[in-house]
Design a protein around this ligand. Structure first.
Ligand SMILES: Cc1cc2nc3c(=O)[nH]c(=O)nc-3n(C[C@H](O)[C@H](O)[C@H](O)COP(=O)(O)OP(=O)(O)OC[C@H]3O[C@@H](n4cnc5c(N)ncnc54)[C@H](O)[C@@H]3O)c2cc1C
Length: 504
């Protein structure tokens, strides 16, 4: 077996530096060298600030101190997503992280709740979700620090400053031997087998390697431009294709959730960090011009604008094969799905995690590539289905955008999931499901999709036991949450970021 001597990463956005940090963690003592090529002149996309809980696995896997990371990246906590105006105008629901209630014997809490609802219980599903209760009340506590309490099964992620995360991980990777080369790649030389041999920079320097990680963003220099790997376009089921983004000063304390508010032709986000907030309007250019979208965003955001507005065009979909020959594409070069559930940074981590599991030797065995591709594409498809679910279940018909969504035919895989769910609240488990039952249940319930019946096994439990559980646990949870510190207090006490200097 001949180890790879050198891996070259092309691109130094979030994808490039996450990959570099992970590779350097494992190859600090050899045998593989890592070099990253990036161009400050081209720059990075500069967004990607809302994460999901597995992002913290990345931090922990790298042995990074979470508290220090939060302070260095001006991060704040995220307990889930608050959706506004999705089902209908004026409607609100939450998609929380972590569990909702606890099981009763072998029965899922959700199934017990369905039975209670069928018997007239007045509660909402989210009354039993500790992360939702905290998010609504603007409270925060680390679930691990509250074991044996009603919030022990909550979970959380972070809102981070994308630029500061890049800088942090760059420092981490360089300290572990990653060589950074500044320059614009203008040419790529291929090997006789069609794989990549080296990239050639504008000033004539060459960077050769045995394996290449394409993190060049939407440009897809290696996987797209050089290898010509086709892109599966999902624009037929996800209609948005542009975003306008702006950063603002914070007004008021940061809320511990991502706000995603449906608009007439897409949706708007607000992601508060410790020092500022990120804002954006994801929209469909078929119905709205850049100027109109910008005007809408600027009229709705709060706080003084510190950066932007900038327009970002995008295409939704994924490469047929993310790994081809000796090139693996990770990040935007591989694929993109609108950031409604903040999944892109996680897919970067997951891509590199799989890659390390399937790490090839000099032969770049294509059997490994085939399995990698199957799993990555399955992950992208699962996220696509989950995002499409948010749209195809809407009752909004007030604009051509929402009316057209009523006509979108969901992918077969989503249709099957929805049918199964409608039948008895059953979810189809995959091998590496990114969104677990509470996520699907939250969005289904939030979008008015409730199963026709609950699972029959629940009838083994006396109805009075179930009703009693529902009566007692929601008020107990609310009472406990009321005793917790506010999100702002928690940040100030445990992980305050240094005062931010804009020139830094
Ligand atoms: C509107 C929007 C909102 C988003 N929100 C979220 C979110 O909330 N959560 C989330 O997880 N994700 C989000 N994402 C996705 C997230 O921003 C990206 O997945 C992430 O930033 C990774 O980007 P990247 O590193 O692949 O690309 P980029 O940041 O574009 O980096 C590309 C790199 O390649 C380099 N490069 C390109 N061409 C050359 C060349 N010729 N020579 C040398 N270097 C080159 C560039 O200099 C740069 O360093 C969002 C994306 C968009 C578009």
């Amino acid at each position: 077996m001949a180890h790879l001597n050198k891996i070259v990463i092309v691109g130094g956005g979030s994808a490039g530096w996450i990959c570099a940090a992970m590779l350097s963690h494992y190859f600090q003592k050899g045998p593989t060298q890592v070099e990253l090529v990036e161009s400050e002149e081209i720059g990075t996309i500069g967004v990607g600030e809302s994460t999901i809980p597995p992002f913290l696995q990345l931090i922990r896997t790298l042995g990074i101190n979470e508290q220090e990371f939060i302070q260095e990246t001006q991060a704040a906590f995220k307990l889930g997503i608050r959706f506004e105006n999705w089902l209908e105008k004026g409607d609100t629901y939450y998609h929380p992280f972590g569990q909702i209630g606890g099981p009763l014997e072998v029965n899922e809490f959700y199934q017990c709740w369905l039975r209670a609802k069928q018997n007239g219980h007045p509660s909402n599903l989210q009354d039993f979700a500790p992360a939702t209760a905290m998010a609504k009340a603007g409270k925060f506590m680390l679930p691990a620090a509250a074991q044996k309490t009603m919030i022990a099964n909550a979970n959380y992620a972070l809102h981070v400053d994308a630029r500061l995360v890049g800088l942090y991980l760059r420092k981490f990777a360089e300290a572990r031997g990653v060589k950074r080369t500044e320059g614009i790649v203008t040419d790529v030389a291929t090997r006789p087998d069609g794989g990549v041999a080296k990239v050639i920079l504008k000033d004539g320097r060459e960077v050769a390697g045995d394996f290449f990680v394409d993190c060049s963003g939407f440009r897809a220099l290696l996987i797209g431009k050089t290898l010509g790997e086709p892109f599966r376009d999902w624009g037929d089921v996800l209609l948005c294709d542009r975003a306008v983004v702006a950063q603002t000063e914070n007004v008021g304390p940061p809320h511990p959730y991502t706000l995603v508010q449906a608009q007439d032709f897409g949706w708007r986000w607000r992601i508060p960090l410790q020092h500022r907030a990120g804002n954006g309007y994801v929209f469909a250019s078929k119905y709205l011009s850049d100027d109109e979208a910008t005007a809408t965003l600027m009229s709705q955001i709060q706080g003084e604008v510190v950066l932007g507005p900038n327009i970002i065009p995008f295409k939704t979909g994924v490469r047929e094969r993310p790994w081809v020959k000796n090139v693996v594409s990770i990040g935007l070069s591989c694929g993109f799905i609108e950031p409604l559930e903040s999944t892109a940074l996680h897919l970067i981590y997951k891509g590199m995690d799989y890659f390390l599991r399937f790490l090839p030797d000099m032969d770049a065995d294509q059997t490994l590539a085939a399995e990698y591709n199957r799993r990555m594409v399955a992950d992208y498809e699962e996220i696509r289905d989950f995002i499409v679910l948010h749209y195809v279940t809407t009752r909004r018909e007030d604009t051509p955008f929402w009316r057209d969504y009523q006509k979108v035919v969901p992918p077969q895989s989503l249709k099957e999931r929805m049918d199964l769910f409608r039948a008895a609240g059953v979810l189809r488990d995959g091998v590496d499901d990114m969104f677990r039952a509470p996520s699907w249940q939250s969005v289904m319930e939030g979008m008015g999709v409730r199963p026709q019946r609950y699972q029959q096994l629940v009838d083994r439990i006396p109805l009075s036991v179930i009703m009693n559980l529902m009566d007692k646990s929601a008020p107990m949870l609310a009472d406990f949450v009321a005793t917790l510190p506010s999100h702002e207090e928690f940040l100030a006490t445990h992980c305050p970021a240094a005062p931010f200097k804009r020139s830094a």
